[in-house]
Write a protein that binds this ligand. Structure first.
Ligand code: MN
Length: 189
């Protein structure tokens, strides 16, 4: 079944050339997934994704997530990704959209602070409160849309999981234990 939500995702990719999933929307019912993928493309960033309506709503975090309520992390909304993308780890070949390396930096489940039916509404309104149950990220966060298009802030709320510790120093994949490989050295001496 064609999915309007995933059409931008599919248009950017040639699935004969990349091992990323083509995907289809998933029927809901179970606990909703979240994933954070660390992605070294043209720039290093983290992709924060929440399962909403059978797809992964997605934001790119240039500086990654934080445990510190005093920090607000820019989160630029990107195209919806298929649910299966949450397990994707590996290489996106050169010449393809997002070419580079991806690891599953964190994953788990989340719930909306105000109930499941509030998630889609919160995304439309531009203010969403969620509670994450991941390996590295836990507790309450909010996503708040700025006035500029597609730009949000991811903010840690003050709770027992709040900390000034830099959580991105824990840089291994929760799926494989791998780290992103070091960037290949430039060819110039
Ligand atoms: Mn990315």
């Amino acid at each position: 079944m064609p999915s309007a939500s995933l059409s931008a995702y599919r248009k950017k990719r040639d699935f004969s050339k990349t091992r990323e999933p083509k995907g289809r929307p998933r029927k809901s019912g179970r606990a909703h997934a979240f994933v954070v993928q660390k992605h070294r493309a043209s720039h290093l960033h983290y992709d924060f994704r929440l399962e909403v309506g059978g797809v992964l709503k997605s934001w790119a975090l240039p500086k990654g997530p934080t445990l510190d309520p005093k920090e607000r992390r820019l989160a630029v909304q990107t195209e919806d990704h298929p649910y299966e993308y949450k397990n994707f780890e590996g290489t996106i070949p050169p010449g393809n959209y997002g070419a580079g390396e991806v690891i599953v930096w964190d994953r788990g489940t989340f719930r909306a602070a105000d109930g499941e039916e509030e998630v889609a509404k919160g995304l439309r309104k531009g203010a969403l409160s969620i509670v994450l149950h991941g390996k590295k990220l836990r507790g309450s966060y909010s996503l708040v849309r700025l006035k500029r298009p597609r730009q949000w802030l991811l903010i840690k709320k003050n709770d027992e999981y709040a900390s000034s510790r830099d959580v991105t120093r824990n840089d291994r994949s929760v799926k494989s234990g791998r780290r992103l490989p070091d960037r290949k050295p430039a060819r110039s001496a």
